[in-house]
Design a protein around this ligand. Sequence first.
Ligand SMILES: [Zn+2]
Length: 182
Amino acid sequence: MSQTHHADRLDVPRFTREGAELSGSDALSKHERLILEALDPKAPEAQASPVTWQAHGEQLEDASGHVQHWLHLQAQTHLPMLCQRCLTPVLVEVSVDQRFRFVASEDEAMAQDDEAEEDLLVLSREFNLRELVEDELLMALPLVPRHEVCPGELKMSAKDDDFEQDDKQANPFAVLSSLKKS
Ligand SMILES: [Zn+2]
């Protein structure tokens, strides 16, 4: 009879041995570090979009027959941020799809980090999965958040066509000299 698994203190060896799955949906506001990245943490979008995640444990054997503990994590949310192109709010989709391998100690993780393609974590019987979800989402945030197509862009390009004559006259040097005068 298998006991339930707890995301806040996951028994990793048992989780991988059972090939168990765990999923959750938490309010964004519960992720204190993530919500700090939001444009306006109190905005309805920030409240409405939950952090959803799924985790799957698995045990594999390496070439010499040693048990390896693996975790497959997927997580997604939407975070309201400020578009760096048009400086209006943009709802950024953030998602993570990552495989992790657990090793016995911090030292072992350091030693294997260079050659391992997967991310390494230290094996624990009280592993905080929610913290990992937040860590990974934070790392997946875009450095420069922006709209794929800014809402003002269509309007602006239409305007450019209409005022093509004016555009030609407004060359950078003319703008510069008018700035100097004022
Ligand atoms: Zn924009």
